[in-house]
Write a protein that binds this ligand. Structure first.
Ligand code: FPP
Length: 249
């Protein structure tokens, strides 16, 4: 007897492949609660969360969603207990080192968004290596927001633009939304059209404030480590049922 795999590798037939989001952003919330419910230390929730992210990345590739951005560490997350912060930094580094070969084989282009200079130097090295080695890859565009804050990103864009004005390289009249977008960390990728947040919180939490202006928001009660392909399927179905009007009637 052959057992049919439950993994949905192909796009489910009730989804319209011509109306898929072109960029999905995820706030991976609920790792701590997932671990606590099982009597485990919070860090094991984060560890499990990496597997969830990896499967979502594969799923985006299998189903034809070309870009995925995950919120891994916010500028506010430094306020967590030192052991948790240290664990996360080491986890990012370890995962990058471990997954680089596979990302190359799977044609993944990885980028990191955020103030990377404040990260531990060994992590910065690993980030630089992974971004550099995957820079010619043309498959899924995968971004990881690390030490990222939407307000901080907007402020740094303002500073860069103001400097150009001060140096006489730019006229204030030439500043428009397009030019502003070129100074954001996301300047090479389209703005997300779907934001998914797990674990039920109805907040954006300083994530991609500029870029999410017209994104559809999907919130599920499911905790991040339990977010699987079935859940992603539901999010995409929900997205396709929305009527996107961009402020028009
Ligand atoms: C939020 O859950 C989750 C985080 C702050 C960390 C997410 C990071 C990963 C899943 C690792 C990703 C790894 C790479 C290399 C990209 P929480 O701790 O706020 O959960 P809680 O609200 O239940 O406490």
């Amino acid at each position: 007897m052959t057992v049919k795999p439950i993994l949905l590798q192909e796009l489910p037939s009730d989804l319209d492949k011509t109306r898929l989001p072109q960029h999905v952003a995820v706030i991976m919330d609920g790792n701590g609660r997932w671990a606590k419910r099982r009597g485990l230390p919070r860090i094991l929730g984060h560890q499990r969360g990496v597997d969830t992210l990896k499967d979502l990345l594969r799923c985006c590739r299998d189903w034809g969603v070309p870009a995925l951005t995950a919120y891994a560490f916010s500028t506010e997350n430094w306020g967590r207990p030192l052991e948790e912060v240290e664990f996360l930094m080491t986890l990012f580094e370890r995962v990058l080192r471990r997954e680089l070969k596979e990302m190359m084989e799977e044609n993944v282009r990885i980028r990191f968004l955020g103030n990377l200079e404040a990260l531990p130097s060994s992590l910065q090295d690993e980030i630089a290596r992974s971004m550099n080695e995957t820079k010619e890859n043309t498959g899924i565009q995968f971004s990881v927001a690390t030490n990222y804050g939407g307000r901080q990103e907007i402020v740094q864009a303002c500073r860069a633009i103001a400097t150009q004005v001060q140096e006489g390289k730019l006229n204030p009249e030439d500043i428009d939304e397009e030019l502003f977008g070129h100074h954001l960390y996301t300047h090479e990728i389209p703005y997300p059209d779907l934001l998914i947040r797990t674990s039920g919180e109805m907040r954006i939490s300083n994530f991609l404030l500029w870029q999410l202006a017209y994104a559809e928001i999907y919130v599920t009660q499911t905790l991040w480590p339990d977010f699987d392909r079935k859940e992603f399927h539901q999010a995409l179905l929900n997205f396709q049922q929305r009527e996107r009007r961009f402020g028009k009637v």
